[in-house]
Design a protein around this ligand. Structure first.
Ligand SMILES: Cc1ncc(C[n+]2csc(CCOP(=O)(O)OP(=O)(O)O)c2C)c(N)n1
Ligand SMILES: [Mg+2]
Length: 348
C-alpha cells in the first residue's frame, strides 16, 4: 500500500511518542508514582498506530488493558494519559481508571478493560447500537492472544456473525498471555482461523509491518461500515517488555528470543523506510527528541495535577437509580465507604 512520506512521518512520530511514553511509564511506576498494574506495549507500535489510523473520527475503538498506545494513537493528549496513570483528577478517566482503564468517549475511545475478553461483549453491543441508530460507523475491538480462549470470544463472534454487526476483532498476537505461549494455550495457533467457526472473514498479517497493518485494517473496517461484515484481524507482533512492569519477562522466554525480535523492531523498520524516502537522520533524531520532550512534559503535568476529591469518587460510576440498591449494602461497609466514597451520594 502506498502511504505518503508525510503520513508515514506523522505515524512514526506517534510510534516514537508511544515508545517514549512506555519508557517513562516504567520509570514512574518503579518510582511508585503509578499504582496498580501497568502493562507496556513497546514493540507493538506498528500494530497499534496502523490499526487506529484506519479508523474514521466517529468509529468506536475499544481495547484490553495494554492500552496506553491506543489512547495516544487515538489522539488522547499524553498529559491526560499520564495523569490517569498517576490517578490524578486531570486524567482521561478523571483518575478513577488508572493504566488499564483509560477512556475518552469524546474521541471514540471506549476504554481500556482489565478483565480478559471483557471488552468483547461490550464491542458487540456497541456495534449493535450503531446498527440500531442506523449509523455507518464500525467498532474496532482489540484483544490479546490469551482472550481467544475465553467464552466471551465465542459468544461475541457468534452474535456478531448472526446479526451481521459492524465490528472488527483485532487480535494482538504477541506470542504470550502473561507467561504462557500461544503454543501452550491454543490448539489452533493460527488464531484467525477460529473465525471460520462463525462463518466470519479473517486475516493474519505481520503486525510489525505498518503499511500492511493500515491496508488490512482499512479493508476490514470498510467492509464493516459499508456491508456490515464482521471480521477477525490477527496481527502477529511481540512485546519487548514483560507482561507488566512487575514481570521482568525472562522466566518463560530467553534473552536470545527477545534479541531476535528486537532485530525487527517496528520503529526501525519505519525509520529505514523514511531514510530510503530521503528523510535525513538528523530530522529523524529530532523527531525522537521531540517525542521524549513531550513525554517529559506530560510527566511534569501529571505530577503537578491534583488528586481527585475522595467525595467525588463515586461520581459517574453508576447508573441513575443505583442509589437505592446500594443503600442496603453500604450500611455494613467495613472501611467506611459510605462516609468516604459515597459521602456525596452516587453523584448522579
Ligand atoms: C478473566 C481474567 N482472567 C485472568 C486475568 C489475569 N490476566 C491478566 S492479563 C492475562 C493474560 C492475557 O494475555 P493476552 O490476552 O495475550 O494479552 P497481552 O497481555 O499479551 O496483551 C491474564 C491471564 C484477567 N485479567 N481476567
Ligand atoms: Mg498476548
Amino acid at each position: 500500500m502506498e502511504i505518503s512520506k508525510q503520513t508515514l512521518s506523522r505515524l512514526y512520530e506517534q510510534m516514537l511518542l508511544i515508545r517514549s511514553f512506555e519508557t517513562a511509564s516504567e520509570r514512574e511506576y518503579k518510582a511508585a508514582l503509578i499504582g496498580g498494574y501497568c502493562h507496556l506495549s513497546s514493540g507493538q507500535e506498528a500494530a497499534t498506530v496502523g490499526s487506529t489510523y484506519a479508523l474514521e473520527a466517529d468509529d468506536r475503538l475499544i481495547t484490553g488493558y495494554r492500552c496506553h498506545g491506543f489512547a495516544l494513537a487515538r489522539g488522547v493528549p499524553p498529559e491526560a494519559v499520564m495523569a490517569e496513570l498517576f490517578g490524578r483528577a486531570g486524567g482521561c478517566a478523571h483518575g478513577r481508571g488508572g493504566s488499564m482503564h483509560l477512556l475518552d468517549v469524546g474521541r471514540g475511545y471506549f476504554g481500556g478493560w482489565g478483565i480478559v475478553a471483557g471488552q468483547l461483549p461490550i464491542a458487540t453491543g456497541l456495534a449493535l447500537a450503531l446498527v440500531r441508530q442506523q449509523r455507518r460507523q464500525c467498532v474496532l475491538c482489540e484483544l490479546g492472544d490469551g482472550a481467544v480462549n475465553m467464552g466471551a470470544w465465542h459468544e461475541s463472534l457468534n452474535l456478531a456473525s448472526v446479526w451481521q454487526l459492524p465490528v472488527v476483532f483485532l487480535v494482538m498476537n504477541n506470542e504470550y498471555g502473561m507467561g504462557t505461549s500461544v503454543e501452550r494455550a491454543s490448539a489452533v495457533t493460527d488464531l484467525h482461523q477460529r473465525a471460520a467457526a462463525y462463518g466470519m472473514r479473517s486475516e493474519r498479517i505481520d503486525g510489525n509491518d505498518l503499511p500492511a497493518v493500515i491496508e488490512a485494517t482499512s479493508d476490514l473496517t470498510a467492509a464493516a461500515r459499508d456491508d456490515r461484515t464482521p471480521s477477525v484481524l490477527e496481527l502477529v507482533t511481540y512485546r519487548f517488555r514483560g507482561h507488566s512492569v512487575a514481570d521482568p519477562g525472562l522466566s518463560y522466554r530467553t534473552t536470545e528470543e527477545i534479541a531476535e525480535h528486537a532485530k525487527h523492531d517496528p520503529l526501525q523498520r519505519v525509520r529505514a523506510t523514511l531514510v530510503a524516502a530521503g528523510v535525513s537522520e538528523d530530522e529523524l533524531n529530532a523527531l525522537a527528541a521531540e517525542a521524549e520532550q513531550r513525554v517529559l512534559a506530560a510527566v511534569e503535568w501529571a505530577r503537578a495535577d491534583a488528586a481527585p476529591e475522595v467525595s467525588e469518587l463515586a461520581k459517574g460510576m453508576y447508573a441513575p437509580g443505583s442509589a437505592a440498591q446500594f443503600a442496603g449494602m453500604l450500611a455494613g461497609a467495613p472501611f467506611g465507604e459510605r462516609e468516604l466514597v459515597f459521602a456525596g451520594g452516587l453523584g448522579q
